[in-house]
Design a protein around this ligand. Structure first.
Ligand code: CUA
Length: 333
């Protein structure tokens, strides 16, 4: 019994580890869709426990009975032996799999399906790139990256596309995964019961930095969200200090401007994230490092060291240029 209890604890522990804990856990749902998925998950876990428990019990019986002929209690009858095999080998797994298939593909699918756009309050466009997320708010000029803001308690229609390979957009606390497939626009509903920050992750192997392709969804109180969107829709704040002005010149003269856009300046590159309001984000490189002066400096100096495989090259800037660039980028609130 002790052994069984130990195995049970181990199985539950592994399940929780796989299911994830805390900020990015499908077992801490914050929307109806995610709750449906959580219920399905627990049912699958329970059924899997019964199946593996049954297998372990049969193995134990076989071992304890190994020196005696026939089944315990059932004897040596051939038809009984066949019946046991059919029941445990075909009957019970068949019923369990069909039931799970029905629940997963009818009940759970209905609840988590792409929303009818007429039932949503707004649409956002999220585009996967190796290895970051671009976020646009149709009807506004706002463009941001990796940190998606939505109003809390509001149905948001997400249109998911990709600029290169297949990615998968997944915010486990809010809804199911949705693949981003070249040439196709898929949709998924984002809804959060309450304001908060929900971590998401690319869920489709997309290259070297796949595991470093995270995102945050911030569900803001609706009035805060509108103020944020207004701020994000505007051009960059003009540099106010000498260093920032010099930094802007460095940005425009070096390769930075070829790959990044800063609205209100000649920088129109579209390879990397829009940096118009870079300083308003809390992380860099799709959540790999915090967005502070020190980490931003390390990123500019040697991006491949911070996130191997990403498409940003080191430009070999002097210390002076990096310092000016930092003053500039830190001013883009
Ligand atoms: Cu993008 Cu994995």
């Amino acid at each position: 019994m002790r052994v069984l209890a130990a195995y049970g604890t181990l199985a539950a522990g592994c399940a929780l580890a796989v299911g994830g804990c805390g900020e990015q856990s499908a077992l801490e749902p914050r929307s109806d869709a995610a709750r449906t998925i959580e219920t399905l998950w627990w049912w699958m876990f329970a059924v899997a426990c019964v199946v593996i428990g049954g297998a372990v019990v049969l193995l134990l019986i076989a071992w304890l009975w190994r020196s005696r002929p026939g089944f315990p209690l059932l004897g040596e009858r051939e038809d009984v032996a066949t019946g046991v095999v059919v029941l445990f080998g075909i009957g019970i797994p068949g019923v369990a799999l069909v039931a799970l298939f029905a629940v997963a593909n009818f009940a759970a699918l209905d609840e988590t399906e792409a929303p009818n756009p007429r039932t949503t309050a707004m649409t956002i466009e999220v585009t996967g790139n190796q290895f970051w997320w671009e976020v646009r708010y149709p009807g506004t000029t706002a463009v941001t990256a990796n940190e998606i803001h939505i109003p809390a308690r509001t149905r948001v229609n997400v249109v998911a596309r990709t600029n290169d390979v297949i990615h998968s957009f997944w915010v486990p606390q809010l809804n199911r995964k949705i693949d981003m497939i070249p040439g196709q626009a898929n949709r998924v509903l984002l809804y959060a019961d309450e304001p908060g920050r929900y971590r998401g992750q690319c869920a489709e192997l997309c290259g070297l930095a796949h595991a470093q392709m995270g995102m945050y969804v911030y569900a803001d109180p609706p009035d805060e969200f509108r103020a944020w969107l207004d701020r994000m829709s505007g051009p960059r704040q003009a540099p106010a200090t000498d260093a920032a002005r010099k930094g802007e010149r460095v940005f425009m003269n070096e390769a930075c401007a070829d790959c990044h856009t800063i609205r209100g300046t000649p920088a129109r590159g579209e390879v990397g994230p829009d940096l118009t309001h870079l300083a308003s984000r809390s992380t860099l490189a799709a959540l790999v490092i915090p967005n502070d002066r020190e980490h931003l400096g390390g990123w500019i100096t040697d991006p491949q060291d911070v996130k191997p495989g990403n498409r940003m090259p080191a430009l070999g800037l002097s210390e002076r240029e990096v310092a000016d660039l930092l003053a500039y980028l830190r001013s883009l609130g």
